[in-house]
Design a protein around this ligand. Structure first.
Ligand SMILES: Nc1nc2c(ncn2[C@@H]2O[C@H](COP(=O)(O)OP(=O)(O)OP(=O)(O)O)[C@@H](O)[C@H]2O)c(=O)[nH]1
Ligand SMILES: [Mg+2]
Length: 130
């Protein structure tokens, strides 16, 4: 059976931390057993620039991707995490909500600033997708 990457929303669009979801994620991927030997890789960049698609291809995760046949819209809301499949040591991929989106408008940049700082603070690697 293929390993489950356990895609979980860590922080929702309003900035609320998903405590129960993260505890469940920790249990499912046995994060506690990894001790300190795990890595976090995050991606940030403009909306619809292909962030989720790139992570899915690189790390065999299952983040939701935009379906262009259904229209162009914001796909990743808030911050999502998933376990990278087939990568040692245990690696967690973090998919950030796209910046410069129409949905939040030009003036509401608080979430993108805070999520960028959060990603820089907790990740070993931050990919900037332009
Ligand atoms: N032509 C082309 N299309 C791509 C490429 N990468 C992604 N796409 C398409 O671009 C669209 C957006 O991709 P997503 O991965 O959802 O983009 P995203 O940056 O995660 O978007 P948000 O989560 O809304 O910020 C999808 O329809 C993808 O199929 C690429 O390298 N080439
Ligand atoms: Mg996305």
């Amino acid at each position: 059976m293929e390993e489950d990457c356990c895609v979980t929303q860590l922080i929702d669009g309003s900035g609320e931390f998903n405590v129960a979801g993260f505890e469940n994620f920790m249990k499912k991927v046995n994060l506690a057993d990894c001790g300190l030997s795990y890595a976090v890789v995050a991606i940030m960049g403009p909306q619809s620039s292909g962030k989720s698609t790139l992570l899915n291809h690189l790390f065999h995760t299952n983040f939701r991707e935009m379906d262009a046949y259904r229209g162009r819209f914001q796909t990743t809301k808030g911050i999502w995490i998933a376990k990278c499949i087939g990568i040692e040591p245990c690696t967690v991929a973090m998919d950030l909500e796209g910046t410069d989106g129409r949905e939040r408008g030009e003036d509401d940049t608080a979430f993108e600033k805070q999520s960028a700082l959060f990603a820089l603070a907790i990740s070993d690697i931050v990919l900037v997708n332009m």
